[in-house]
Design a protein around this ligand. Structure first.
Ligand SMILES: [Zn+2]
Length: 172
């Protein structure tokens, strides 16, 4: 994709009926207000992004350790989205899938995600490989590299490099 197209993909707009519904539900179930609060407490600068997402960059606390993570319709990164759009063009789509999961579950997504992470760790020794939320959001687009015997059923459209291990800057 041309760099200007990638940056354009960060601009507000591009709603569909489904993303309008998701945006409204994530306000009403309080996950987006929660995410904006996390962004504010983390010192992030928040702007409106595409399809009802909010983009919060410069998040400082260092936890969770991730290239990006999503709370409600708020996508947070310690870095800059313009850089992520260049280096990891699939990442925003991965995070947007997490915003759908927040839409489905509301605030209980948080303990459910923690439980799924613990389950994945027990099953595979990895925080994401058997984490249903990460698998459904797409392990490859999230920066996770499925190891031997670990499938990546999400529609990432390409196979993962073998070898396993969490890629530097993996998303949550
Ligand atoms: Zn993720």
């Amino acid at each position: 994709m041309h760099p200007s197209r990638r940056l354009a993909s960060l601009q507000p707009g591009g709603h569909t009926p489904a993303t309008r519904l998701r945006t409204a539900v994530n306000w009403l179930n309080l996950s987006t207000p929660f995410g904006l609060g996390v962004a504010a407490l983390g010192g992030a600068r928040t702007v409106r992004g595409p399809r009802g997402l909010w983009l919060a960059e410069g998040y400082r606390p260092g936890f969770p350790r991730a290239g990006a993570f999503t709370v409600g319709s708020v996508v947070l990164t310690p870095g800059r989205f313009a850089d992520l759009a260049r280096s990891r063009p699939d990442l925003l789509a991965h995070e947007e899938r997490h915003s759908r999961q927040w839409c489905a579950l509301g605030l209980p997504f948080l303990p459910a995600y923690v439980a799924a992470t613990a389950w994945s760790w027990l099953r595979t020794g990895h925080l994401a490989y058997a984490n249903v939320f990460e698998v459904r959001a797409g392990l490859v687009s999230g920066g996770y590299r499925p190891g031997p015997g670990v499938s990546d059923p999400a529609a990432d459209g390409r196979s993962a490099p073998a070898g396993g291990g969490r890629a530097p800057g993996a998303a949550a």
